[in-house]
Design a binder for this molecule. Sequence first.
Ligand code: ADP
Length: 420
Amino acid sequence: MKWMPYRIPLFVIASGLAIVGLVYFQWTWMHHSGNLAEEIFNQRASIALCSALERYDELNQQSALLQGRTAVSVCSQTVDQASSLKNDSLFNRELKDALAFYQIPVEYHLVSGYDSIATESDQPQCVINLSSVSGMGQGFLRLEFPEKDQYVLSRMKAMAAATLIILIFTGSVLLFANWLLLRQKRLLQRNVDFFNNMAHEFRTPLSNVGLASNLLLKKHEVLKQDHLMSIIRKEVKGLLSQIERVLHIARVEDGRYAVEKQPLHLAGILSSVMEEMAMQIEEHKATVRFEGSAGDLQIMGDRIHLKNVFRNLLDNALKYGGDHPEIIISIREQATGVLISVKDHGIGFATEESKLIFEKFQRAQKSDLHDYKGFGLGLAYVKTMVELHQGSVRASSEARKGSRFDVFLPTLTHGIHGKS
Ligand code: ADP
């Protein structure tokens, strides 16, 4: 289908979606990482608080032993007792050391209270349970970090920067690739348009040469035997048919072309092609054998184009079929249509080229090596026309054993002998 600049090609949409997906994925990943970093922070702060309390209890016990009194551990104190820890220089020193050891260089407040206060607080907190007081609930001692969010974010700066760089890099590469692809497509389209225009411009003068040669033949009957005249007519005819192929394919690709279909007898089409190509077959010293019969199978199709399809296949079988081409045309009826195969024993092509040769201007490597004349348009035309008839075409080849082209066309009547 012809590419139009105002249509957004699929790959641009796909790239856009890929970028959106990537941004979403990176954002989710960052969010998870943030949560994880906060969790780790809380765990560390809790451990630091616990170890500071343990150490503080230990030191208190040692000094109590020396002074001959019993020390009460913080965990079994009430909230009122524990709240004095805020101003206890020994505890504050131990807590600072523990926080430094667990790498938490953030401002903190030590808060004590009962359960209900703890749950109401939206401050980041690390809680140590104190002894419970009936009616008041469980006592707690917690650390609050007013700047925790800023700290966690600052720890993620490197990750955020790396993510941003990856996003910018990937986005730029995708944008650049899209820009390049669009540019290439535009250039390709420009070349195709130029080629199509050129073909169009060549058609009129070539048709005129053909007409002039016909008139000349009418005026001078002797020229019919002239070798040079027959070369002129043959080459003009060949060039005109190549130009017609280019223009037909271009019109189909543009969506400007519709085949004019009518019920046709397959047998009639094939015999007419054989008649028109009789001279060519003779020139190549070729033999054409039929396997199966078209009977009265009917196809809904365009006579001229269907004839051109088989003419192209036969033409190729003669061109690439070796010295004395042996061509087999087999006709096999199928459930919904007919399969017509054109087989030769010529140079064949590599299996991996069996799809490529149906593309415009593509030729099998062997053909280039052996310098066979051609533009690589015939099979593109065949494929385009067969598909316009709701059919399909397939090529297969075995090295040095020749090639086979299978054309499937839907039929109007089923059954070789006219069943419908
Ligand atoms: P052209 O014959 O003008 O090059 P076609 O489109 O008809 O263009 O064919 C495309 C290519 O397919 C040919 O160049 C040739 O390489 C390969 N090919 C077509 N028919 C045959 C065949 N019967 N045997 C081997 N190769 C073939």
